[in-house]
Design a protein around this ligand. Sequence first.
Ligand code: THU
Length: 155
Amino acid sequence: MAGLFINGAVDDASVKAFDELENSVKSLINAAIEARKHAYCPYSKFAVGAAIQTDDGHIYTGSNIENGAYSASLCAERVAVAKAVSEGKRQIAAVAVVGLQENSFTTPCGLCRQFLMEFAKTDFPIYVAKPINPPLRVLCTSISQLLPKSFKLDF
Ligand code: THU
């Protein structure tokens, strides 16, 4: 029913079976599932894992890292971006994010969308799945779909 999901209705066409995906995408999702095991989330108890493939094929992972001063917390996606960028990478090729919510996909938060967009030379796919082995369904979207008409400093 339209309007049922306040975080944006998921178009069935963008949800694929894990088995149908290319091996490189499966590996990226599995890397995010592994990274989620290292989440430090004593406050929310909500563990998230992310994996970023850069244009040279390398995979950088991240998990959320919370802090007693809550606003200092980091999302899994930004941890993964920080690892890639601080190793000299500047172009994201694909992203996977995993979080366990029963009724929705854990898509990147608004701040992380902006953070990811900074390193988008072209649009890149974002795969969102549940951290079960193997995940059954995967939301296949992209940075431009998640952050349309985005801000980028032009200099
Ligand atoms: N979180 C992420 O790491 N990534 C997301 O895409 C959504 C939210 C984290 C932030 C916080 O540690 C916890 O999940 C609950 O919001």
